[in-house]
Design a protein around this ligand. Sequence first.
Ligand code: HEC
Length: 146
Amino acid sequence: MKIIKLITPVLFVVLTLSVCAASAQVKKKVVAKKKPATTVTKAPPPPFATDAEIADGKEMISKSDCLACHKIEEKLVGPAYTLIAAKYPQNQNSLDTLTKKIVTGGKGVWGQVPMAPHPNISQADANKMIKYILTLNTKNPSTSTK
Ligand code: HEC
């Protein structure tokens, strides 16, 4: 009888511990399974332009002939870049329109003086130039419909 009295509490403790350990393991597994699903579904939309693209665009503009006709904040032969940024929202439509304008030129949007064509500038490079110009105005976010 004495031995049973001694063993019973010990057995009880051992049993309780093993049940706890088992349920803790189950919990861990559930948490580990859930994690990837939540990160995949909530991916944020890509930004209009990355810092690298903006830096590239700025450098290419300074190396091309753009600054002979454009200033950042004042009208020269062409409109100020900040005015262009205020006119066009940061979206794909603006990118397409303005990229084309750099490569093929054109007139009539800001006056009758034509924007010089640049057939030697690639679409990809022109895209970065536009990304730099349009991010000069931070008050004109991609949600604007102007
Ligand atoms: C010979 C002068 C000249 C040069 C060089 C020039 N531009 Fe322009 N640019 C203009 C003029 C003039 C306009 C206004 C055209 C209009 O009214 O449609 C203009 C307009 C623009 C616009 C706005 C287009 C629109 O439809 O609203 C962008 C963007 C632009 N230029 C970027 C550039 C970039 C980038 C370069 C260098 C690769 C460059 N320009 C070189 C004269 C120039």
